[in-house]
Write a protein that binds this ligand. Sequence first.
Ligand code: C2E
Ligand code: CA
Ligand code: CA
Length: 401
Amino acid sequence: MLENTPLILAIDDSQLVLTQLEFLIANQTPCNFIGFDCGFKALSSQKLHKASLILLDMNMPSIDGVEMLRKLSELDVRQPLALLSGENSLFLKNAASLASLHGLNIISCIEKPLSVSKLADLYKKLYQFNETPPSQKKGVTYSNEEVVSALYKNEYLAYLQPKVCSKTEKIIGVETLARWNHPENGIVSPFYFIETLENENHTAELTEQLLKQTVNLWSINRTLLSGLPFSFNISANELSDINLPEKLEHICSDASIPTSQITLELTESNIINNIRSSLDVLLRFKLKGFKLSIDDFGTGYSSMKQLNELPFDELKIDRCFVNGCADDTSKKAIVVSTCEMAHKLGLDIVAEGVEKLEDLLLLKSLGVKAIQGFYYFKPCSQTEFLQLFQHQKVVSCSSSL
Ligand code: C2E
Ligand code: CA
Ligand code: CA
């Protein structure tokens, strides 16, 4: 067993699933993996409280997942937990609610069959969990009403994460990321509210509020920020609103900010799942001058053909491939071939999740210009951003979210 390496525990009665999990997890990150084919064995293991992540199958013959949730709660297990099941997503959603009621730190639900992209998504959530201050963990969830009403109380803030040029080390753009300025819990990560806003169909309001905050900042600090591009995240459901391009265009023109300065980031799966209606809205964004970026590239299922047919300007390599790419042959192969493809298709590349110098050097050698990641900056408040941009100091800002 490797010292100081995260320990992942998986509980599933199928040896095949355990083997598959071990393989898929090893693909994400180096770790020590222990598989239990029976819940009782896991419950009596001393490793239970030492795990960095526990994966639990809900359908097991000896002790089922529902009973396991109760037992884990009785044992005061606080480790991040992901549920697996071959049942439908509603079952998993209900099981997750039960886990939260038990005070467990449920971070994800995964429908079988397993896949690389599902595990990549799990790692994204695990990272977000680990980045969350302890006060917000231990089963803290927010009700749909709380999350939605925060919109009307203007509690969501535009945080900014700079992108840095790998050659000059100057800031060449920013990504706007949502944070909830919660009256009691302080700054809350999007992990706790984006999914709810998406399910409740309210992300368009969030986008509008954050865009207004950002263009306002650019407009007030016109001399300092003029010409600096910024990006936004757009959720899948927003693409069904055919008036969205006009709405966002008006917000920009009211503040006299050219739309060409703004990039909209969309994930592959967002678009591919509903390609016809998405393409309609995407093309109209293009006509209005916005730029389009494929976010989390590599975690979805888009084919080369589909990518070639979509009007994108930029590709963001997902951080699950970027982080550690210099030392991991499979990650490196993915990053190298993604860069080759992007260059051939004439797409700009952004590498997201750059934390280490060796990864940065590899990306630089592959011709990647735009670097986003903790190596340079974490997302920060608007005030912090103005300070660091004025000084162009390439040092991490104090914010931990
Ligand atoms: P994303 O679009 O992939 O955003 C990048 C995420 O990677 C951010 O997490 C950022 O803090 C994190 N990150 C950047 N550099 C590094 C690094 O070097 N290492 C690591 N480990 N992480 C890094 P964040 O802010 O927690 O956002 C999570 C996700 O929430 C975003 O992923 C995006 O999908 C969603 N999101 C955030 N703001 C909005 C929003 O305004 N609207 C919508 N629809 N989604 C949003
Ligand atoms: Ca993004
Ligand atoms: Ca991303």
